[in-house]
Design a protein around this ligand. Structure first.
Ligand code: FE
Length: 174
């Protein structure tokens, strides 16, 4: 390799390095900006982000379930068998959704609850192809799972949720 070719090669490599470094930096800056925007919204106010904005702060699996109404695999998710005391919040916006007190083992392989944490936590939409009604977060509109009418007493409801749409916040030890 001649000296000039070598210099040219080094120059090209350097440019590629700088441009990919810059795009990684701007991606990080944009995610930090959107996360800060989300953190600044009080919990009792709605969150209205575009899917492009959500993409910056959600993992690809979270985005697939929460924003594209995807469903994760049963028995191969974080919370289907969790029995600890605490609160399940929306993985997108942090809205408290379900208490562990309303969690039960439905045998389906998905985290299941017989009621949401409060009347305003989630929204039920019309019946879907799953046979249940779609459940979304009342604060940010993200897809969480479905509700069916074969749950235990006292409500008779089964809120069948995707673990990846939730974040478990453990209750402090008493
Ligand atoms: Fe939410």
């Amino acid at each position: 390799m001649s000296r000039i070719t070598l210099r040219l090669f080094t120059l090209v490599l350097g440019c590629v390095g700088i441009s990919s470094c810059n795009s990684a930096k701007s991606y990080e800056a944009e995610s930090a900006r959107i996360r800060a925007k989300l953190d600044a919204i009080p919990l009792d106010e709605k969150v209205q982000f575009t899917n492009d904005e959500w993409k910056y702060i959600l993992t690809s699996l979270q985005y697939y379930v929460l924003r594209r109404k995807g469903t994760e695999l049963p028995f191969a998710n974080a919370y289907w068998h969790t029995h600890e005391n605490g609160t399940y919040i929306c993985a997108a916006c942090g809205n408290p959704l379900f208490s562990s007190e309303a969690k039960y083992d439905s045998g389906t392989g998905w985290p299941s609850f017989w009621q949401p944490i409060g009347g305003e936590a989630v929204k039920a939409a019309s019946h879907s192809s799953f046979g249940g009604s779609e459940i979304t977060c009342a604060r940010c509109g993200s897809h969480l799972g479905h509700v069916f009418d074969d749950g235990p007493k006292p409500t008779g409801l089964r809120y069948c949720m995707n673990s990846v749409a939730l974040k478990f916040v453990k209750a402090p030890a008493k």
